[in-house]
Design a protein around this ligand. Structure first.
Ligand SMILES: *Cc1c(COP(=O)(O)O)cnc(C)c1O
Ligand SMILES: [Zn+2]
Length: 500
């Protein structure tokens, strides 16, 4: 819809203008730094940073109901820059000019209701929000759209060239970073560091296809992370991990979209997401807090983070009820089907601690929970979801297993509805489905397939005397008829079809 077609009183708001004054703020010592240079840790105390708008107060002069209208009207605007995460420009990147925005189709992912059978299985009515339907098939695109739009802003403003975008990855960060880097024409190259043998073939193929330098390293993600941290502290590179606070800003769009999908009434929602490096849960909490602060939502939803027993440092941390006695200890991860979240020392842990405290102050101690699930529960949940019309990956299965476990152990008030983050597309994690179907999990995974969830192709093998076609040598008419009749007969018998 063209700007002139919007109601007169909405026209000044529909196209977002540049505004605000962004700074990096240290989560630990509160030191502030300008954003002209990319910064990942506090030069003073080495802690992680968050991005703050020092002119945030100005946004409060717009009442909540008007913000809601602005976002609703803006969704009708035909302008690529506001088609993705920047529908919420004022909340997550107002200093980025619209002509620097990189939009590759990310965001506004489908919210799909569970059918009755699956809802009964979970113990609660719920929706999957399918972030696997982003361009590189995971939610990481939200953060990359933000980080690369800002990088593009720097390139335009400061004439940067020869930028090397670098990241460590459990598979999806590298796919997203390589995709966005390949779109930028102005001298941006990308390199990704992957733990050898710890990403799926599909995830390995993605950055290769985008033309990135793909570097495999022995060990697990946490080892790769240490290496890119070293590189980013000692060399001129742009770090694209969620340590880069621009990633967090972009990922806040997930919360904004949920709010808008539910007409900005999220008071009865339980939002569930898997936790790995803890960037996603940070962004989700921060997103809802910002909406609440501006009166765009009037109550905060419950948030549940889920971890596998094989990579559970955040779960263990919150097991201690007294905040004063909690002590964070990294864990050594064990093989996990939720491989994208298989992280023992999450970079965003200090951000989580900070935000959970704020969130619980506003919404009560039960407003944020972290639960743990077994590998078996994750696989069974993913396959059950996929047998009910969803395209959830193993981490999406982790979300479902997490809410199911929560309902069983603690119950959930009747009026609650859950929104589960299906963080990537099932196809990226086909390897684990295959292992389940073939009963070929290595013992460390501790997954025993349930026969009712297994599946395998049937091969129809006609006997010697039945002719069969082969590539390049089709059958003559009579022989082909014989082949069709034999094969159709075998299928009819197998499927117990009735003659008509
Ligand atoms: C990265 C990732 C996660 C974990 O998210 P964090 O922000 O690292 O906590 C979960 N699922 C998928 C599919 C991912 O790619
Ligand atoms: Zn500091």
């Amino acid at each position: 819809m063209k700007i002139g077609e919007f109601p007169l009183e909405m026209q000044p708001y529909v196209i977002p203008g540049p505004g605000g004054r962004y700074i990096y703020e240290c989560i630990h010592c509160s030191a502030k730094y300008g954003i002209e240079k990319l910064l990942y840790i506090c030069p003073e105390c080495k802690s992680v940073l968050m991005i703050k708008d020092e002119e945030w107060e100005r946004l409060r002069s717009v009442p909540g109901h008007l913000w809601r209208k602005i976002f609703n009207y803006r969704s009708m605007l035909t302008m690529p820059a506001t088609k993705g995460i920047y529908r919420y420009h004022e909340l997550l990147g107002s200093v980025i000019p619209l002509d620097a925005v990189i939009y590759l189709g990310e965001g506004h992912t489908p919210v799909v209701a569970a059918n009755d059978r699956l809802a009964r299985w979970a113990g609660i009515p719920f929706y999957f929000k399918n972030d696997g339907q982003n361009p590189s098939a995971s939610f990481k695109d939200r953060g990359m759209a933000s980080a690369f739009s800002y990088l593009n802003t720097l390139i335009k403003n400061q004439g940067l060239s020869e930028v090397l975008a670098i990241c460590a990855s459990t598979g999806d960060t590298s796919a997203a970073a390589a995709l966005y880097a390949s779109y930028l024409t102005a001298g941006v190259k990308s390199a990704v560091l992957l733990p050898h043998g710890k990403v799926t073939p599909q995830q390995l193929g993605q950055p290769l296809g985008s033309g990135a330098k793909v570097i495999e390293i022995p060990g697990v993600f946490d080892d790769c992370m240490k290496i890119v941290e070293y590189l980013s502290e000692n060399f001129a590179v742009a770090l694209m991990n969620s340590k880069n606070a621009w990633r967090i800003l972009g990922q806040e769009s997930y919360s904004y979209e949920i709010a808008q999908t539910f007409d900005f009434d999220v008071s009865d929602l339980v939002v569930v997401a898997p936790i790995g490096n803890a960037g996603n849960i940070t962004a989700i909490l921060q997103g809802f807090l910002k909406l609440h602060d501006l009166g765009i939502i009037t109550a905060l939803p419950r948030v549940i983070g889920v971890q596998s027993e094989h990579a559970n440092p955040v779960y263990l941390y919150y097991l201690e009820p007294s905040a004063r006695n909690r002590k964070f200890r990294p864990v050594n991860v064990r093989p996990s089907v939720a491989q994208a979240a298989m992280i023992g020392n999450p970079v965003s842990m200090p951000r989580v601690v900070h935000l959970v405290e704020q969130y619980r102050e506003l919404a009560g101690a039960g407003a944020v929970q972290v639960v743990e699930v077994s590998e078996q529960e994750i696989m069974d949940a993913m396959l059950t979801a996929n047998r009910n019309g969803h395209v959830a990956c193993t981490q999406g299965g982790e979300s479902l297993a997490g809410i199911r476990r929560t309902v069983r152990e603690h119950g959930v008030p009747d009026n609650r509805v859950a929104v589960l983050d299906a963080t990537a597309h099932a196809l990226k994690f086909a390897t684990f489905q295959e292992k389940y179907f073939a009963d070929s999990f290595e013992p460390e995974f501790e997954v025993i397939p349930k026969p009712e969830l297994q599946n395998a192709p049937y091969l129809i093998a006609p006997p010697e005397d039945v002719p069969r076609p082969a590539p390049g040598s089709p059958l003559e008419a009579d022989a082909f008829k014989e082949f069709v009749e034999y094969t159709a007969g075998a299928i009819a018998e197998m499927l117990e079809l009735k003659r008509r």
